[in-house]
Write a protein that binds this ligand. Structure first.
Ligand SMILES: C[S@@+](CC[C@H](N)C(=O)[O-])C[C@H]1O[C@@H](n2cnc3c(N)ncnc32)[C@H](O)[C@@H]1O
Length: 250
């Protein structure tokens, strides 16, 4: 029996990505691995900002507020760059909702604890976030170069295609969106073979530390990769653990 060819990003039904099913499956019951990623991201962005304020972008935000909350205390503006119209609609509604729903209130507490207390003393985080955020419907492959001071990405480049070349192109576009010297912080599923959201199947490229290092070596410096929650079996669809990367854009 012949193996089918790896499929590309545009062969999957991103408009049918079900945001509520995704949140219920991955985030309704916050996992310590996610808390760790939020903390590491907040610290990386705080280090990048120093005493100033930075323009940040999160790529492939999906139905997830923690990337934006991790940036909130140090961000001048936050861009949420997402491809699926279903997820863009979810983001708009969630930011207009007037309060941080569970589990986002939990993740805000984690992000807040990792930032300087004075900068993170934000009385109405959802209102502050809504005022600073630009939600853009766009593809990672169409990111403008060198526009932001820092970029974050969670489970996007490796979770949007089965093709190694496309994964590497997505990583390059992500890193290229940041001005030279700016902070990159990103989490990747380790060894994933794909995932299900509701009834829909979505792809993955299986990533290990060496593959990640190779994807970023030519486009970023100061690369640090750490494994979070390595396990032998899946605890959620497509998830056995993750790799967290920080780097500086070239
Ligand atoms: C596994 S989800 C990750 C969502 C979220 N970042 C998180 O941390 O849970 C992958 C996301 O990538 C988005 N996506 C798919 N193709 C994309 C593309 N070409 N450019 C940007 N985002 C894309 C999907 O719509 C989805 O929101």
């Amino acid at each position: 029996m012949s193996k089918r060819a790896p499929q590309s990003n545009d062969e999957f039904a991103w408009a049918r990505f079900d945001p509520e099913a995704y949140v219920a499956h991955y985030y309704a019951d916050p996992h310590p691995d996610d808390d760790e990623v939020v903390r590491l991201t907040a610290r990386a962005l705080a280090a990048g900002a120093g005493d100033g304020a930075i323009d940040t972008i999160d790529v492939g935000t999906g139905p997830n507020l923690f990337p934006l909350l991790a940036a909130l205390p140090v961000a001048r503006r936050v861009s949420a760059w997402e491809y699926s119209e279903a997820n863009v609609a979810w983001l708009r509604k969630e930011l207009a909702g007037g309060r941080l729903r569970a589990p986002w209130a939990h993740f805000w507490e984690v992000a807040r604890g990792a930032h300087d207390p004075a900068r993170a003393a934000i009385a109405e985080p959802i209102a502050a976030l809504s005022a600073k955020t630009d939600i853009v419907q766009g593809s990672i492959f169409d990111l403008p170069p060198r526009q932001w001071d820092a970029a974050t990405m969670f489970f996007c480049a490796e979770s949007i295609t089965e093709q190694q070349e496309e994964f590497e192109r997505a990583c390059a576009a992500f890193a290229g969106a940041v001005r030279p010297g700016g902070v990159l912080a990103a989490a990747f599923l380790a060894g994933s073979k794909g995932y299900q959201v509701g009834a829909e199947d979505f792809p993955a490229v299986s990533v290990n530390p060496a593959a990640l290092e190779a994807a970023f070596a030519g486009i970023a410096g100061d690369i640090v990769i750490s494994a979070i929650g390595e396990r032998s079996e899946e605890i959620r669809s497509g998830y056995t653990g993750m790799l967290f990367l920080t780097a500086r854009a070239r």
